[in-house]
Design a protein around this ligand. Structure first.
Ligand code: AMP
Ligand code: ZN
Ligand code: FE
Ligand code: FE
Length: 298
């Protein structure tokens, strides 16, 4: 298919996006995408709904997940899992562990905000994460800082989501607490045990000091079983796309790309577009091919 486009990185209300999984898929359809992967943080609870809507609309769909792994400050290491098996016990272990990390962190943020005389409760944050809907999902929701930021914005404590992070929620902010993470090794291992392939998300966010350090991180992940690297992303300029593309070629990694769409939480990002670039269908097919080749070997 010439001129066909996809998006391999986006979030729904199952984590901290503001569109439901079905709405994200409908938007993909409106934007004429032929393939989509939903990659919510720490959960696959949106996958069944998105997958059903994708089948209805004739969009190819890959179940995905995005995981934050341990990595030295000030960097962030996010790993994407593609083609994970929703029934996998290893995946269940993984998401349970990740949600526990959030459960230990979020009340500390709320308590600190209360100490700063901000009127906010954990119940409000939970309601925000549910989007006001009753909790009928069964599975727990990964509550994230964007949910807290949305409340701070709505109540007028800040004038933007960005300000909520800068002043309170980001490292150095007045109510910042980190969550426990799993090691990159464990993350790669669990994604593979869960039947998926692991891709390094937005390498720019590692904030490595130079290209040599970036390459060492990538090489170490390759040794652990990394299968791909996100080349196109809303944070990547042409130089980063080029850098990641060369690393992919050198280490035999599949190139992936996505917008990191979150809906209203990140207003400047549209589904299917990353800094004005679209993501070629070939990226989607390469993920599928790699998955078909490796997932059965685990
Ligand atoms: P959490 O999962 O609670 O650690 O929060 C991570 C989410 O917060 C991700 O969706 C990030 O994109 C978002 N985020 C992190 N830092 C910022 C920031 N400075 N401004 C806006 N969103 C941010
Ligand atoms: Zn997010
Ligand atoms: Fe990320
Ligand atoms: Fe993301």
């Amino acid at each position: 298919m010439v001129n066909a486009y996809v998006d391999l990185h986006c979030h729904s209300t199952a984590s901290d996006g503001t569109f439901t999984p079905a709405e994200v898929v409908r938007l993909a359809h409106q934007n004429k995408l032929t393939g989509l992967a939903l990659t919510d943080h720490d959960t696959i609870n949106g996958i069944a709904e998105a997958s059903a809507e994708a089948a209805r609309l004739g969009i190819d769909f890959i179940p995905g997940i995005e995981i934050s792994a341990e990595f030295p400050h000030p960097g962030h290491m996010h790993l994407l899992g593609y083609g994970v098996d929703p029934e996998s016990a290893d995946l269940k272990d993984l998401t349970t562990q990740l949600l526990e990390g959030r459960d230990n962190r979020n009340p500390r943020i709320i308590q600190r905000l209360q100490e700063l005389n901000i009127a906010i409760t954990m119940e409000e944050v939970e309601a925000e994460a549910r989007g006001g809907a009753p909790d009928e999902s069964g599975g727990k929701k990964p509550i994230g800082r964007p949910h807290i930021a949305a409340i701070l914005l709505r109540k007028g404590y800040v004038s933007s989501i960005k300000q909520a992070f800068d002043k309170y929620l980001a490292p150095g902010g007045l109510a910042y607490f980190d969550k426990e993470r799993i090691t990159p090794q464990r993350a790669v291992e669990l994604i593979r045990l869960a039947g998926g392939i692991c891709v390094l998300a937005h390498p720019i966010q590692l904030r490595t000091e130079n290209d040599a350090q970036l390459e060492r991180v990538v090489k170490d992940l390759v040794d652990l079983g990394l299968a791909g690297i996100e080349v196109i992303h809303s944070d990547h300029d042409a130089a980063w796309i080029d850098k990641c593309s060369r690393l992919a070629d050198k280490y035999g990694l599949v190139k992936t790309g996505g917008s990191d769409f979150h809906g209203a939480t990140k207003k400047d990002i549209s589904l299917g577009t990353a800094r004005g670039r679209r993501i070629p269908r070939a990226y989607f097919d390469a993920v599928l091919a790699r998955h078909a080749k490796t997932a059965s070997i685990v």
